[in-house]
Design a protein around this ligand. Structure first.
Ligand SMILES: Cc1cc2nc3c(=O)[nH]c(=O)nc-3n(C[C@H](O)[C@H](O)[C@H](O)COP(=O)(O)OP(=O)(O)OC[C@H]3O[C@@H](n4cnc5c(N)ncnc54)[C@H](O)[C@@H]3O)c2cc1C
Length: 414
């Protein structure tokens, strides 16, 4: 095994951002030597699990509101770089979109996306150095020395750090790279799981494990509604999830201890309309027990949960005993189920990291302000997006932007 590798640009991290950065850097300056250093035994492992193996690689409806974090020029970078679908078309990957603008490879296979990226690396003669876990970066007279855990060394003129965050540690991202970055005196924003389930007190969801229901969820702090999403809500014994909840998770970091999620389980109807529907059902189910009252509206466990939450009387009592004020109470419960958020999910269950290298440390070219030889791309930066292709979009676009600017910075010297 070669112990010292010398190159012009070393990309640390062979994920979506790193692979794209390397391709774009080589396209910009073909004479430069570029390598990818990846800690795992192969590159692109996380790409394979995206979109449940189908890789939701971007979205056709993207705006600044879809991203959070300190970097304010995310959309500028997305607009200044090649359109993601065009980029993949240039690699031989045809894309297709669903009704909500979520873009997938025509093959619906994440493996075909990774394979296309790796084939391009091969044709551009960009080596992938695997099993290389970067542990330290030292500045030298002519550039940098990157030392790996196993003693190998890369000497390079420029670095593109694309080593991700903390989410999904099984795919090489356990936060170790961000620790290395912090040890270099680089400021990072508060770290928290995003695109992840939210934890609740198990007592507050007792009986709901396994329930899936369509609804509208709002993140609430005090009297303030911060954000609202709609979709399928899922329950476990200690958490709520589903894409609509995932998209609220990034708020946990800013509102820790003061965040609730309110669920409206009949968002198409007002409270008044819901009461009217309940009155109709009452007429129809007079002889049933209270336990059976809502069975036509919700799955059994949820129907019983709502009744228990709304009524003091035993659920074995007949529906005929329900008064108008009881129906109002049930309608209120359906329209405003509140869950206090006690925590965020583990990193194993999170798809994305909220927080990372802070905007104040980098310029608009994604280059470290205090050391003009280090660039950043992807999830390592303090940007996270909604569920639906927005995070991979950031990885590809920031990868292209960092790769291009990094290569140009060396070209200017020749
Ligand atoms: C289960 C799951 C499903 C997802 N689905 C989608 C989806 O469908 N659409 C979407 O837009 N987003 C999705 N995401 C999020 C998306 O995958 C990430 O935001 C994106 O992959 C980030 O790319 P990246 O290159 O910045 O980082 P990563 O993909 O995390 O790559 C970082 C790479 O750096 C390597 N590395 C880390 N430390 C070191 C080190 N010290 N030395 C060398 N190498 C190192 C890692 O091994 C890794 O290969 C999903 C995430 C998960 C976990």
């Amino acid at each position: 095994m070669e112990n010292v590798i010398t190159t012009d640009i070393a990309v640390i991290g062979g994920g979506a951002a790193g692979l794209t950065a390397a391709i774009e850097a080589k396209k910009t300056a073909p004479s430069l030597n570029i390598i990818i250093a990846e800690r795992l035994d192969r590159t692109g492992k996380k790409i394979l699990v995206t979109g449940s193996g189908r890789c939701n690689l971007t979205n056709r409806n993207i705006s600044a509101e879809d991203y959070h974090g300190s970097i304010s020029y995310v959309m500028d970078i997305i607009k200044k770089t090649q359109n993601t679908e065009d980029f993949f078309r240039s690699l031989g990957v045809l894309c297709t979109a669903d009704g909500e603008g979520r873009v997938y490879p025509y093959s619906r296979s994440a493996a075909s996306v990774l394979s296309a990226l790796r084939l391009r690396l091969k044709s551009l003669e960009i080596p992938e150095i695997c099993g290389f876990k970067a542990e330290s970066i030292e500045k030298t007279k002519n550039g940098y020395v990157i030392k790996a855990e196993d003693g190998r060394i890369i000497k390079t003129r420029r670095i593109i750090a694309a080593c991700g965050g903390y989410a999904s540690p099984a795919n090489g991202t356990d936060g170790a790279a961000l620790k290395m970055i912090r040890e270099m005196g680089i400021r990072t924003a508060k770290i928290c799981p995003a695109v992840a389930p939210l934890r609740v007190d198990p007592a507050s969801v007792k009986g709901l494990k396994g329930v899936r229901v369509h609804g509208r969820v709002s993140a609430v702090s005090g009297d303030r509604i911060i954000k609202t999403e709609e979709g399928e809500i899922q329950f476990t014994e200690n958490s709520i999830s589903g894409i609509c909840v995932f998209d609220l998770a990034y708020l946990f970091s800013a509102y820790e201890g003061k965040l609730s999620v309110n669920a409206d389980l009949m968002p198409e109807f007002s409270v008044k309309q819901t009461e009217e529907i309940l009155k109709e059902i009452k007429e129809d189910r007079k002889d049933c027990s209270l336990e059976e009252f809502l069975n036509g509206l919700f799955v059994r466990n949820l129907a019983v949960y709502i009744m228990k939450k709304s009524m003091k009387m035993p659920l074995t009592d007949p529906v005929s005993g329900l008064k108008d004020k009881d129906l109002s109470k049930i309608a209120e419960t359906i329209k405003n189920l509140s869950f206090k958020i006690t925590g965020c999910s583990s990193w194993q269950n999170a798809q994305v990291t909220s927080g990372g290298v802070h905007a104040s440390e980098i310029d608009s070219l994604l280059c470290l302000k205090k050391d003009k030889g280090i660039y950043f791309a992807g999830e390592i930066l303090d940007t996270d997006g909604k569920c639906g292709g927005y995070n991979l979009e950031w990885a590809w676009s920031s990868g292209m932007w960092a790769g291009r600017n990094c290569a140009l910075s060396l070209q200017k010297l020749t």
